[in-house]
Design a protein around this ligand. Structure first.
Ligand code: ATP
Ligand code: MG
Length: 744
């Protein structure tokens, strides 16, 4: 490969970073200055010019999606598969370590990842079992406490006892929680990092193995590492591994989750001889957009001091639209999408960013009404949806009967007459015996602890799970998933639910089968699948890996990836991304800056950094909107425009005046609520199918379900689904493409 290719298209500062000969580097630079590009090119440089083995490189990205992109980018640059590289998020990489060294980490081989919902449920359960009043000690606060401690690397035993009973209770519940997780092989997100850090501390040989293996560690978005992540890097790096950290103190937006800007300040001290490289040219945005971003962030104190300029064109002014309520705002944004795509641009080049997740609903409604395809990025996570979590819980039970969290979740979903009282009997027996719920259920039956009807119901559940497990070794993953959502009764259960919601849940369950199918075909790549040390993984079934990925990868990479859709996301998840046109919605005092963070200087500065992140996502065009009134949490609020709007110099802004809207202010004041009730979205069911050789009412044959009658169609193209009433197997939705129905 031609070396100059690796340095082409880079400015001097970037080139210095890519080809650096210093041991460590800290690349500190503003948004859009090419930090991520430098990181990728640096890896290419190491592999190609310095002949570093791909197995000796670890790159830490902020999302799994970013990891995938980095891998793809490298393959493009190198023109060879980038297998072997450890690229992933902190959590992904640490999880991989734990999987490989579960014994040394004191974990069962199939330990389960506990997501934040499961975690809260477990905390509540433990509090109840120990008579801790959850009105005095809010479980959410305890959860927050536990996660905070783990982010600092502190176990319950390290928390200093306190004279304050409240603090003591936090500590006690933490200890109980820790013990319970260890007993049941459960690992929450914070634990993944903490545990793998301990793994190294406690196993010097293992640490040494990795220290000899890796030569380079590269970390993107370094400003948002928390203390345990930083400690993790430091211990791994030891004396010999080179570390390149790239980041921007002005984009530190995860302080509320323990991220510590001081890591940037400490880097040069902790990694002696680290070279500081600053990049000052922005390649992303027009001069106007950049000027706005710089003007806003200048209001923060104590910045590390960086310059950012562009040689790009001035560009259009920033548009400001004052909507009179949130529906007006959403409609205006929908019009913008239409205008953009009529101008021949892809909708996917446009992003709508907002401060709080709840804002998406109104936008979604407006898009649905206008028939605009949209995608929520990183937000409404597929694997966090109720029906999906239920389905996954059944699958988890198939794999591991001792998984109490899973059993709790589905023992009575769908309802099978196992009431809370019965479950409590099982729980307390499990507590007494120190055994799992599953075992407790068995014992409760043989000891006659349950009333007759409840006993029959519990026996039914046990039989169901056992039946569902029959033959899973012979089946393909998607068949296991398919069978389990049917046999468990989940499909029937959601069919009974009325309206769009039930249908959406059914669609999601079908989508889970698709995900399993995709996984089999290898399209669904975990962040780090190929390795030179797969030995430890050999006993794992596809199912186990699939479940782990589902837990880790929640939501990134959603359905309908191929449709051209406008992107919706929170400002937090927009980090690192760029779009030709960006709308920042809901710039109102109290919403953004958020009222929770408005009153103290530090909180406000973090909000401002978030504004800086938002503005700097835009390449060509930035639109800012705010609403004079907004319904939030069921309440109508009137609010003033965000201070961040005022911080942008007037000459950069052009206010939007709509020609057809007369007497807007009047309506806003006098006709509140009466104005503009949104029309119901128009979900037209498709009566006729296309591309399949059968029709409504036809008799058809299916390989597995036998003969049946076609009842209805929904969706179109590859998404076309057909509902069939099978004579023996009952009513089922099938994806037409996969169902292979024959007309008879
Ligand atoms: P952020 O802080 O938002 O993560 P960043 O510093 O990581 O931004 P990149 O995403 O790497 O910036 O780069 C921003 C854009 O500028 C990208 O589209 C990238 O391809 C482009 N770019 C970077 N360097 C150059 C260059 N030397 N010449 C042309 N384009 C460049
Ligand atoms: Mg970046």
């Amino acid at each position: 490969m031609d070396i100059s290719l690796l340095l082409d298209n880079l400015n001097d500062g970037q080139r210095n970073a890519v080809a650096a000969s210093s041991k460590h580097q800290l690349v500190l630079a503003g948004a859009g200055s090419g930090k991520t590009r430098v990181l990728v090119q640096r890896i290419a440089w190491l592999l190609n010019v310095e002949n570093v083995s791909p197995f000796a490189v670890m790159a830490v990205t902020f999302t799994n999606k970013a990891a995938k992109e980095m891998r793809a980018r490298l393959e493009e640059v190198l023109n060879v598969p980038a297998n072997g590289l450890w690229v992933g998020t902190f959590h992904g990489l640490a999880h991989r370590l734990l999987k490989q060294h579960w014994r040394e980490a004191r974990l069962p081989q199939h330990f389960q990842i506990l997501d934040s919902d499961d975690q809260l449920r477990l905390i509540k359960r433990l509090m109840k079992a120990h008579n801790i009043d959850d009105s005095r000690y809010p479980p959410k606060q305890i959860q927050w406490f536990i996660n905070g401690q783990k982010d600092e690397g502190r176990r319950a035993a390290h928390v200093i006892p306190s004279a304050d009973p409240f603090q003591e209770t936090l500590r006690t519940v933490y200890a109980l929680y820790e013990e319970n997780c260890q007993q049941n092989g459960l690992v929450d997100f914070g634990e993944i990092l903490l545990r793998s850090h301990e793994l190294w501390l406690e196993n010097p040989d293992l640490l040494q193995h990795y220290q000899q293996r890796f030569r380079h560690i590269l970390v993107d978005e370094f400003q948002d590492t928390n203390n345990i992540q930083y400690a993790w890097i430091r211990i791994l790096a030891g004396q010999n591994i080179s570390v390149m950290a790239v980041g921007d103190d002005d984009q530190s937006i995860y302080g509320w989750r323990g991220a510590n800007i001081d890591n940037i300040r400490n880097f040069q001290h902790d990694f002696p001889g680290a070279e500081l490289i600053k990049l000052e040219q922005n390649y992303r945005s027009t001069a106007n957009i950049l000027a706005a971003a710089n003007a806003v962030i200048e209001n923060n104190q104590g910045r590390l001091g960086k310059n950012l300029m562009t040689q790009g064109e001035e560009g259009e002014p920033i548009s400001l639209y004052s909507a009179f309520n949130e529906q007006d705002e959403a409609r205006y944004i929908a019009d913008l999408v239409d205008e953009w795509s009529r101008g021949g641009r892809l909708r996917a080049e446009m992003a709508v960013l907002y401060r709080s997740n709840a804002q998406s609903r109104t936008l979604e409604e407006a898009f649905l009404r206008s028939g605009i395809p949209y995608r929520i990025y990183g937000g409404q996570r597929f694997y966090e949806r109720l029906e999906i979590k239920n389905a996954l819980s059944y699958l988890r039970l198939l794999l591991n009967r001792q998984d109490d969290a899973a059993m709790e979740r589905v023992i009575n979903v769908p309802a099978r007459a196992i009431g809370e009282k019965t479950v409590e009997i099982l729980r307390s027996h499990a507590r007494e015996q120190g055994c799992s719920l599953w075992q407790s259920a068995h014992e409760a039956l043989s000891l006659g602890l349950l009333p007759k009807r409840a006993g029959t119901a519990v026996q039914g559940f046990i039989d169901l799970i056992d039946e569902m497990s029959v033959g899973i070794h012979e089946l393909k993953l998607h068949e296991i998933v398919d069978n389990s959502i049917t046999q468990s009764g989940l499909i029937e259960h959601h069919k009974k639910e009325k309206g769009e919601k039930g249908q959406a849940r059914l669609d999601n369950l079908e989508e889970l089968i698709n995900a399993a199918r995709q996984f089999e075909s290898g399209d669904y790549l975990p962040a780090d699948e190929v390795d030179d040390e797969t030995e430890e993984n050999s006993g794992q079934t596809d199912l186990a890996i699939f479940l782990d990925n589902a837990a880790l990868d929640a939501g990134e990479g959603q359905a309908d990836e191929y449709e051209d859709a406008v992107q919706l996301m929170t400002l937090h998840s927009a980090k690192g991304l760029e779009f030709p046109q960006v709308v920042l919605a809901g710039l109102e005092e109290g919403l953004f800056p958020h009222k929770m963070s408005m009153d103290e200087a530090e909180g406000l500065e973090e909000e401002r950094r978030l504004a800086y992140v938002g503005i700097t996502r835009a390449m060509e065009k930035l639109i800012i909107t705010h609403a004079e009134s907004r319904r939030l949490h069921g309440q109508e609020n009137f609010s003033t425009p965000s201070r961040f709007i005022r911080e942008i110099p007037d000459e950069l802004i052009q206010e939007v005046r709509l020609k057809n809207t007369v007497s807007r202010p009047l309506m806003a004041k006098h006709n509140r609520g009466g104005y503009d009730t949104p029309a119901q979205p128009d979900f037209v069911k498709q009566e006729q199918s296309a591309g399949v050789p059968y029709d409504l009412g036809n008799r058809v044959y299916h390989e597995m379900f036998g003969e049946g009658t076609v009842l209805q169609f929904e969706g179109q193209g590859p998404g076309l689904r057909v509902q069939v009433f099978f004579d023996d197997a009952g009513q089922k939705w099938l994806v037409a493409n996969f169902a292979k129905l024959e007309k008879i």
